[in-house]
Write a protein that binds this ligand. Structure first.
Ligand code: ATP
Length: 888
C-alpha cells in the first residue's frame, strides 16, 4: 500500500523508523544503500553542442566569411599567399571559440561551487535528538521537522502538522498554496495526496514533522528534473549592451574593409591583393577577445564577491548590481545585529531597567518561546544551544530569572506581519490561559484591564496614554517594544484575543552592526540611496536610522504601512522624492508597493528580504537580496544575491564589485581599440603615399589575436578601485563604448602608437640607405627587418599602454602591479610571444619577420615611454581641470 494510505503509525513502521527517528548506524547504512539525497544537475544542452555554439555567434560568422573569401581567392588566383590567411583566420575562430567556451564552462563551475557553499540544512531527529544536517544526508525513514519558509528536502509523509500549506508550483505549475495534514488518505493522484510533501516544493505556512520516504533522484522532483531544468536566463543590461556593441563594431569593421577595398580599387591596386587587405582590415577590427573577457570579468567578480560574503546566483546579476541606484533594506538583522537583549520594562505603571531586581517577576510573559516549535534546544558540536528567533531567546533568558509555571501548550495563533502579534493558549495551575504578545498598537486595543500594583484595574484613557508614552520613550532610544497581555479562557476552543489584561511592555535592544555606518556613508558618496523598510515602530526605526547615519536631517519623511495603503501610486512616487524617507510598520506585501514605485521612477532597485512573503518583492526588484542565515529557503530561491553574513555592508561591497565589471570592460576596450590605429594607418600610407607596406596582414593578426590577447583579458579582471564608490551610479543609458573612450583610443593613444611604429619603420629603412620612392621587394631582408621592427614597436607600445589603460584619469603609479597577477602573466606572455615571432625560425617563417639591430629595441622603448608620459600629462591636465570645476 502507498505510504499515503497508511495510518501514521503504520507509515513509520513501514519505513523501518520510530517516533524518535532513526539511529545514526541505520542512517549510515541507508545512506550507503540509497546514496545522497541529491538531484543530479542535467546540463541544459550537451557540452559539444555548447562548444559548437561558440563558433556560430556574430563575430565568428564575420570571421568565417573572411576565411571563405580568402580560400575563394586562393582557388581563383593560387600562389598569392591567400591560403595562409584563410588558415590563420580559421585558427583564430577555433582558438577564440575554444577559449570562450572554456571561460564560460569555468564560470559555470565556479557558480555551481558557490551554490554548494550554502547547502540546504534540515532539522532531523536522529538518535532521539534534533540535529541540523545538510539535506544531502537524508535517507528514507528519517523524521524531519519543517516550518514556514522551508524548502521540502525530500518526498515525505506528514506525521504531525499545524496549519501546513504548501506551494506545489515547481511540480504542478499551480501557484495557489494548498493545505496538508497528517492522517491517512484515500487513493488518488499522488501529487494530490493530502498528507504528502514533495521535494522541491516549499512550506508557505505552518510547521510539521514528517517521515522521509523517497530521496534524491527517486523523488517526484528528481524524476522530472530533466524536464524542468532552468529556463534561459533573461538578458541583463550588460548583455544587451554587449550585443549592441558587437553589432556596432562588426558593422564598423565591415564598412572600413569595404571602404578601403574601394580606395584600393580606385588607386589601381591588383584586385586579389586588395581583397586580401580588405579581409585583413575586417579581421583586425573585430574585437575577438570581447566575449571571453566579459565572462571572465563577471566570473572574477563573483569570486571576489563570494569572498566578501555575497553569493551571486546568476552571472548577469553581478553587473545589474553595479548599476543599483536604490537599496531598500530591512532593519532587523541586516542593519542591526539581531542580537536582542531586554533593556527596559514597563509594568505596574513604572518604567524600569531590566537589570533591576525582580523585574522579570513583574510581567506575565508567557512568550512563544515556551511553545514547542518556536524555539528548539538542539545539540550542535556537542553543546546544547537554543535555535530560533533571537527575540524569543532574549525573552526566554530574561524570564528565566522568574519561576515559570510548568505548563502545557494547547494551541497557538501564529504571528503574521499584518497582525503584528501572536498568542498561545496554555494550561497551568488547573486552568487554561491565553497569552498574547506583539506590537503595542496591535495588543493594547484588545485590552480592557491592566495589572496595577494594586491589582486589576480598568484600562482608562489616561493609563493608555501613559502606556503609549512609555512605549515612545523606549522606542526613541531605538528599542523594539513589545506589549504583553493575557486572560483566562474557559476552554481551549475559546481562542479569541479580546478582553485581555495588559501586563506590561518590554523594550529590547538590537544594536546596529558595527560596519553599517561606514557602509551607509559609502552608499551616500556613491550616490546610492538607502531606504529603510521595516516592520518596526516608526520611532524605533528613526532612532536606529539616526544612529547609523541613514538619517541626518531634522524632519525625515516617515511613511507608515497604514498610510501607504491609502496612497495612490502617483502620491507614493512624489513622496519618494523626499531626500530622507523611511517606511515603518510595513508588511511584506507593502514592501512590494515601494519597490514598484521606485522602479517606475526609473531607479535600479535592490531589496532585501527573508520571509516567504518577501519573495514577490525580491522577484520584482532588479536585484533581490536574501539573507543566508536568517532567510527562508523560499526567499533564497527568489533572490539574485544571497548574503552569507546577513550584513548590509556586504551589499555595498557587492555593488562595488559590480561597478568594477563595467569599468574593466571599458579598460579592455580602450586597450584593444588603441592598437587598431597603428594597424590601419600604415596601410593608408601604403595606398595613398606609395610607401612600402609597414605591417603585413599576418602581423596585424599576430597583434590582435596573439600579443594583445592576455594583457587585454587581464584588464577585465582588475580589482575595483576606491574611487569607484565616490562617483554616482552610471546612468541607465550610459554606453559601454562612450565618445570619450573612442576618442582616447582612436584619436589619441592610437595615432601616437602609429606615429611611433612608423618612425621606427622608416628609421630602420633609412639607416640602411633607403630613400622615398625606392622599390623594395616583398622578401628583401631589409623589408623584413623594417616590418618586424614596426610590429615590435606596436607590441612594446601596447606593453606600456596596458598600464595607461588601468584608469582613464588616475596615474599609473596609483596601481600596484601586485594587485592584478594576471596582468603580470599577460605581459610576460606578450614579451615571450614577441621574441618568439622575431627570433625563432618558426616565428620568422609564419610571420615573415627577421631580427633587426638591437639598438632599435631601445628606440621603441623610448618612444613607448614617451607615449606614456604624454598620456600621463593628459590625465594630469584632466584631473586639474575637474578639481578646478569642483573648487573654483
Ligand atoms: P524588519 O522588517 O526591519 O526586519 P521587524 O523584524 O521589526 O523589522 P516584523 O518582523 O514585521 O519586522 O515585526 C513587526 C513587529 O511585530 C515588531 O516590531 C514587533 O512589535 C512585532 N513582532 C515581531 N515578531 C514578533 C513575535 N515573534 N511575536 C510577537 N510580536 C512580534
Amino acid at each position: 500500500m502507498h505510504v499515503s494510505h497508511l495510518a501514521d503509525a503504520e507509515a513509520l513502521a513501514g519505513l523501518g523508523s520510530t517516533a524518535t527517528g532513526l539511529d545514526s548506524t541505520t542512517a549510515a547504512l541507508r545512506l550507503a544503500e540509497y546514496g545522497p539525497n541529491r538531484v543530479e544537475d542535467m546540463a541544459s544542452a550537451p557540452l559539444w553542442q555548447r562548444l559548437l555554439q561558440e563558433f556560430g555567434h556574430f563575430f565568428a560568422l564575420i570571421l568565417w566569411l573572411a576565411a571563405a573569401l580568402a580560400f575563394f581567392a586562393e582557388w581563383r588566383v593560387p600562389g598569392e599567399g591567400m591560403w595562409q590567411l584563410g588558415v590563420a583566420i580559421v585558427l583564430v575562430i577555433l582558438i577564440n571559440g575554444a577559449f570562450s567556451f572554456w571561460q564560460e564552462y569555468r564560470a559555470e563551475q565556479a557558480l555551481a561551487a558557490l551554490r554548494q557553499l550554502l547547502p540546504l540544512q534540515v532539522k532531523v531527529l536522529r538518535d532521539g535528538v534534533l540535529r541540523t544536517l545538510p539535506a544531502e544526508a537524508l535517507v528514507p525513514g528519517d523524521l524531519i521537522e519543517l516550518e514556514e519558509g522551508d524548502q521540502v528536502p525530500a518526498d515525505c509523509r506528514l506525521i504531525e502538522a499545524r496549519g501546513v500549506r504548501v506551494n506545489l508550483s515547481t511540480l504542478t505549475g499551480e501557484a495557489q498554496a494548498q493545505s496538508r495534514n497528517a492522517g491517512s488518505d484515500q487513493p488518488g493522484h499522488v501529487l494530490d495526496a493530502s498528507n504528502l510533501l514533495f521535494a522541491g516544493t516549499a512550506l508557505v505556512a505552518g510547521a510539521c514533522r514528517a517521515i522521509v520516504f523517497a530521496t534524491g533522484m527517486r523523488t517526484e522532483f528528481g524524476r522530472i528534473a530533466h524536464l524542468t531544468q532552468t529556463a534561459g536566463e533573461t538578458g541583463s543590461p550588460l548583455q544587451r549592451e554587449i550585443g549592441r556593441l558587437s553589432r556596432l563594431v562588426a558593422l564598423f569593421a565591415l564598412t572600413l574593409g569595404t571602404v578601403f577595398f574601394g580606395i584600393g580599387m580606385l588607386l589601381g591596386l591588383p584586385f586579389w591583393s586588395n581583397l586580401m587587405f580588405a579581409i585583413g582590415i575586417i579581421v583586425a577590427n573585430v574585437p575577438e577577445g570581447l566575449l571571453p573577457t566579459v565572462t571572465l570579468s563577471l566570473a572574477m567578480a563573483t569570486q571576489r564577491m563570494a569572498r566578501r560574503n555575497a553569493l551571486v546566483r546568476h552571472l548577469p546579476a553581478v553587473e545589474t548590481l553595479g548599476s543599483t541606484t536604490v537599496i531598500c533594506s530591512d532593519k532587523t538583522g541586516t542593519l542591526t545585529q539581531n542580537r536582542m537583549q531586554v533593556r527596559q520594562i514597563f509594568a505596574g505603571g513604572r518604567l524600569l531597567a531590566a537589570t533591576e531586581a525582580g523585574a522579570a517577576g513583574l510581567l506575565r510573559l508567557y512568550t512563544g518561546a515556551h511553545y514547542g516549535h518556536q524555539l528548539k534546544l538542539v545539540v550542535q558540536e556537542g553543546q546544547p544551544r537554543w535555535l530560533g528567533e533571537p527575540m524569543e531567546i532574549a525573552l526566554l533568558e530574561f524570564s528565566a530569572a522568574a519561576p515559570i509555571p510548568s505548563a502545557q501548550v494547547l494551541d497557538e495563533i501564529p504571528f503574521t506581519g499584518e497582525r503584528r502579534r501572536m498568542s498561545v493558549i496554555v494550561s497551568h495551575d488547573a486552568a487554561d490561559w491565553l497569552y498574547c504578545k506583539g506590537a503595542p498598537e496591535s495588543v493594547l486595543p484588545l485590552c480592557a484591564t491592566w495589572e496595577s500594583s494594586a491589582g486589576l484595574q480598568q484600562l482608562d484613557t489616561a493609563t493608555r496614554q501613559q502606556i503609549t508614552a512609555a512605549q515612545e520613550a523606549m522606542a526613541a532610544q531605538g528599542l523594539r517594544v513589545l506589549a504583553f497581555a493575557w486572560r483566562r479562557v474557559d476552554d481551549a476552543a475559546d481562542r479569541e484575543e479580546c478582553n485581555l489584561v495588559f501586563s506590561g511592555l518590554i523594550g529590547l535592544a538590537d544594536p546596529p552592526r558595527p560596519e553599517v555606518p561606514a557602509a551607509i556613508a559609502r552608499c551616500h558618496s556613491a550616490g546610492i540611496r538607502v531606504i529603510m523598510v521595516t516592520g518596526d515602530h516608526p520611532r524605533t526605526a528613526t532612532a536606529i536610522a539616526r544612529e547609523i547615519g541613514l538619517i541626518r536631517g531634522e524632519a525625515p519623511v516617515v511613511i507608515l504601512g497604514d498610510a501607504l495603503r491609502l496612497m495612490t501610486p502617483a502620491q507614493l512616487q512624489i513622496a519618494l522624492d523626499a531626500p530622507e524617507i523611511l517606511f515603518a510598520r510595513i508588511s511584506a506585501e507593502q514592501k512590494m508597493l515601494v519597490v514598484e514605485a521606485l522602479k517606475r521612477k526609473g531607479e535600479i532597485v535592490a531589496v532585501t528580504g527573508d520571509g516567504v512573503n518577501d519573495a514577490p518583492a525580491l522577484k520584482a526588484a532588479h536585484i533581490g537580496i536574501a539573507m543566508g542565515q536568517s532567510g527562508t529557503d523560499v526567499a533564497k530561491s527568489a533572490a539574485d544575491l544571497i548574503l552569507l553574513d546577513d550584513n548590509f555592508a556586504s551589499i555595498v561591497n557587492a555593488v562595488e564589485e559590480g561597478r568594477a565589471v563595467f569599468e574593466n570592460i571599458r579598460k579592455f576596450l580602450t586597450y584593444i581599440l588603441t592598437s587598431n590605429i597603428p594597424e590601419l594607418l600604415p596601410y593608408l600610407g601604403f595606398v595613398l603615399l606609395d610607401i612600402p607596406l609597414p605591417l603585413t596582414i599576418i602581423q596585424i593578426l599576430a597583434v590582435d589575436l596573439g600579443t594583445d590577447m592576455l594583457p587585454a583579458l587581464a584588464l577585465g579582471a582588475e580589482r575595483p578601485q576606491h574611487a569607484l564608490m565616490r562617483q554616482p551610479p552610471r546612468a541607465r543609458d550610459e554606453r559601454l563604448l562612450s565618445w570619450p573612450l573612442l576618442a582616447r583610443a582612436y584619436l589619441w593613444l592610437g595615432p601616437l602608437q602609429a606615429a611611433a611604429s612608423l618612425a621606427v619603420f622608416f628609421t630602420v629603412l633609412s639607416v640602411s640607405g633607403w630613400h622615398y620612392g625606392d622599390a623594395l621587394g616583398r622578401l628583401e631582408p631589409l623589408y623584413l627587418q623594417a616590418t618586424s621592427a614596426c610590429f615590435a614597436a606596436i607590441v612594446i607600445a601596447q606593453m606600456v599602454n596596458v598600464f595607461l589603460c588601468r584608469h582613464p584619469q588616475q596615474p599609473v603609479w596609483h596601481f600596484s602591479l601586485g594587485s592584478n597577477p594576471l596582468l603580470l602573466a599577460g605581459l610576460l606572455f606578450e614579451l615571450g610571444l614577441l621574441l618568439a615571432i622575431i627570433y625563432l625560425p618558426i616565428g620568422q617563417a609564419l610571420f615573415a619577420t627577421a631580427p633587426f639591430a638591437a639598438g632599435f629595441w631601445l628606440m621603441m622603448l623610448a618612444l613607448a615611454l614617451l607615449i606614456g608620459a604624454l598620456e600621463e600629462a593628459r590625465k594630469a591636465w584632466l584631473r586639474h581641470r575637474s578639481a578646478l570645476r569642483h573648487h573654483p
